[in-house]
Write a protein that binds this ligand. Sequence first.
Ligand code: SF4
Length: 501
Amino acid sequence: MNAHAKSSAAVLDGAGCHGGQAEMRRAAAAAGKSETLARYAADYPAGPHDQPQSMCPAFGSLRVGLRMRRTATVLSGSACCVYGLTFTSHFYGARRSVGYVPFNSETLVTGKLFEDIREAVFKLADPEHYDTIVVTSLCVPTASGVPLQLLPKEINGVRIIGIDVPGFGVPTHAEAKDVLAAAMLRYARTEAEQGPVAAPRAGRAELPTVTLVGELFPADPIGIGRLLQPMGLAAGPVVPTREWRELYAALDCAAVAALHPHYTASMREFETAGRPIVGSAPVGHDGTSDWLERIGQACGVARASIDAARNAVLPAIRGALAACPIKARITMSGYEGSELIVARLLVESGADLRYVGTACPRTAWSAADAEWLEARGVHVQYRASLEQDLAALQEFRPDLAIGTTPVVQKAKESATPALYFTNLISARPLMGPAGAGSLAQVVNAAVAGKARMDEMNAFFEGVGSGNAAGIWEDVPRDRPEFSARYARRLAADAKKMGDVG
Ligand code: SF4
């Protein structure tokens, strides 16, 4: 660690996702992380949503590691960050320990933290229990240049993967999934290049496979397998995988389906392995038709088989969409990366969709979806900020708002029915005939709840709002001058931090 990084480290110990980002970035660059940051800046272009407006991005990569068999995960970061991340992972049912290498100003400044991480990894590397150990540096250790790249690549046959996932370099938790998935694909690709590797647990597929990229609803890969059958193809593994050996099978495919379009670094690994990539997804009638065509072409399938695959499902999809129409004005936003394909399904179901916001950036793999939606009058906002999502709510006055927690909260305040994207929309089948019509049930039920929301609003009429909500003897008075004073103080502190760096 150089002198600059040492002085910065002292300042960084205490900085977080709500302040000091510029300083963090400067310190990380000075501490030897410029290459990593430059790669992240290219893979995950920022702005306007260039800082966490939701959960800590590292939750994405943590979750990917926690869902893999025989994989240990170790975090290094500030105690409060690690507390939040482990809390959230157990909230989502991790049922697995999360390793933690703590630090203090001294271990951070002297480089002892890296030694502590190294020691923890050696202690943990038991091939009886693990195939892989994933070590993740959070904001402060990344800004301090903790050199995870110097960890051994393997200990006793256990693979060691070190990744930096700072909130000031990886904008969303969706993209953090890509950071780990790509690091694993890279490692597995190198192994496969050097010699024979383990076959999948269920044996090698007899048909050429299509690797599916994105965290999918469990029934979707099965449905996609059925769509591919008439073309003599099978659904391959889903990336992020649930087991190390699936990575080899994922790389050994005829084509890659970038169903979730933000896995930029993973796509680079597939491209390096020489695999063709197809964007968008088999959603609705038009989406399924286009997708089958492009998958068939990418895999060199004969025209008659592509047509057979389309004829086998398109009438059923059309029927399912017509049987479950959605008649409502909707705005939608989310941070999962699947927003545009869900939007297509809503439009094909008959919804009057006005706005779709995604926290993820524009990539080549969602270009066809954006074009299709824009041609139907939908405003598509990449890297949408919370402010933009709320402005859409204000402008379009929808019958239903689908969004993140703060959007849903805002909508409900004005008696607008609302649904959480993450819990309710991405937890349903979306692809092929099973996906057609699956959104209608939940959307129509929510829209029908409008009268109940109006009733509730009327019931709570007059109890105040914001800081004055509730029943009071003396209603609390808003004091904007205090907020203004704190804002000035915070700005001065941030400037001082910058000057120290
Ligand atoms: S690691 Fe996550 S929670 Fe901690 S400061 Fe960084 S972005 Fe915030």
